[in-house]
Ligand binder design. Structure first.
Ligand code: NIG
Ligand code: FE
Length: 414
């Protein structure tokens, strides 16, 4: 049991029935200045203003004076490809030398490059590497995460990846959700036979994923040159039959109508949305599907940024995540995502914090557990450096802003 005192700003305080923040409410971040917070059994037990603290109620508690630092809930990163075999810095150099992401993919690089490397790596090695990466992300403030398959692209390799994610779920102190992304790219063995591969994903791989309980959600890359709208519908329908909602890569380079198809199929989220039109906005306003922006991907590939203002100003919720992967986003740093959201998408610091905490948790259906300072939720929170205002988190882009991270009420040391 711990009692935290000396908190300059205890931020993102919500009641258990506030599940998500939308529209203009995203600019409000409820907080208490000069606060205390108690933790019991890994959960937030209580909190309040220090002027009302009755210290005698906390006799057996370890007292931690954070000396004017602030506390906010950990980020929830709802879109990552954390399990992979190798970085792809050669492709980074190729892009600097003039090739596009598309040209690299067409030469057999990109996702297929990652798939070749993953096939040759053992499950144990994949697990060890991913675990190290995950621990670094927790130190950067991530306290809940989604991890996708999609660098397997064969029955064996997809299951291998998903088993690695399952092991991470069992051993990591933070909640993890797994997403089956069998239709990430067309594997070499199916060249020219994309319909047959989609059928293989649905008929052969998905049932095994279900049988071994390896995934919570389903995904595909709905994009020109990858998988089309019919594939999108078929894969989402197949997932829904097994209770796996969609979390889908759509509108990264082209609009194929995937947003509407996802909303109609009650997908949990549509992710990327660098390209976005009025019909997409209409569709999102009518459904329960969340928009997830991945500004680090736009930054790294020099793509347009998701039009956050259009989405928020229409009264909708917006979610921020990293897209951590070796091809388009080799960074899982949520602090930098917040900076980009403010600098490139015109979001306010409050909007960025809401989008990456409570709304991130909603995008993983973890908002009963994570995303806010709420009695009963997991004691997963960030202690900032001694800063005057939380706006300094996005302001100091790339700079150190975190003093320590607590996970289940314990300081996290990898
Ligand atoms: O979200 N767009 C598809 N998938 C990933 C990139 C994967 C890769 O290049 O390895 C993304 O950007
Ligand atoms: Fe992605």
């Amino acid at each position: 049991m711990k009692l935290f005192v000396g908190i300059r700003n205890l931020a993102q305080i919500r009641s258990q029935d506030e599940k998500i923040v939308s529209g203009s409410a995203m600019n409000i971040l409820p907080n208490i200045n000069n606060a205390w917070l108690s933790v019991k059994n890994g959960r937030i037990e209580d909190f309040g203003p220090e002027s009302e603290l009755k210290k005698e109620d906390f006799k057996n508690y370890e007292i931690i004076d954070v000396e004017g630092r602030s506390i906010l809930p950990t980020y929830v990163d709802s879109h990552t490809h954390l399990v992979f075999a190798a970085w792809r810095e050669k492709e980074f150099e190729d892009r600097i030398n003039g090739l596009s992401y598309e040209e690299i993919a067409n030469r057999g690089g990109g996702i297929l490059n990652s798939a070749r490397q993953l096939t040759n790596m053992s499950e144990d090695n994949l697990y060890e590497d991913a675990k190290l990466r995950l621990n670094k992300l927790i130190q950067l403030g991530t306290g809940g995460i989604e991890i996708k398959s999609g660098y397997g692209l064969s029955l064996e390799a997809e299951l291998k990846m998903l088993r690695v994610i399952k092991r991470l779920k069992q051993t990591s102190p933070i909640p993890i959700k797994a997403t089956f992304l069998g239709a990430h790219a067309l594997p070499e063995a199916y060249k020219g036979r994309v319909d047959a591969y989609v059928e293989h994903v649905i008929r052969d791989i998905l049932p095994k994923v279900v049988e071994e309980e390896l995934a919570d959600y389903i995904d595909l890359f709905c994009e020109k040159g990858y998988f089309n709208l019919d594939h999108c519908k078929a894969i989402l329908d197949a997932g829904n039959l097994h209770g796996m909602r969609g979390k889908v890569h759509v509108n990264q380079f082209n609009i194929l109508g995937g947003v509407q198809a996802c909303v109609e199929r009650n997908a949990l989220s549509v992710d990327h949305l660098e390209e976005f039109n009025n019909q997409d906005l209409q569709a999102l306003s009518l459904g329960n599907t969340l928009a997830v922006a991945l500004p680090s991907c736009s930054f790294f590939l020099s793509l347009p940024y998701t039009p956050a203002r259009t989405i928020i100003d229409a009264g909708l919720p917006l979610v921020l995540a990293t897209d951590f992967n070796p091809g388009s986003t080799p960074s899982g740093n949520m602090n930098f995502v917040l900076s980009l959201a403010c600098l490139k998408m015109n979001m306010t610091p409050n909007e960025a914090i809401n989008a990456s905490t409570l709304n991130g948790a909603a995008a993983l259906e973890l908002n009963n557990e994570l995303g806010s300072i709420t009695i009963g939720k997991r004691a997963n929170f960030i202690v900032t450096n001694p800063i005057e205002s939380l706006a300094l988190i996005p302001y100091h882009f790339g700079g150190p802003v975190i003093d320590s991270v607590y996970i289940n009420g314990e300081i996290f040391e990898a």
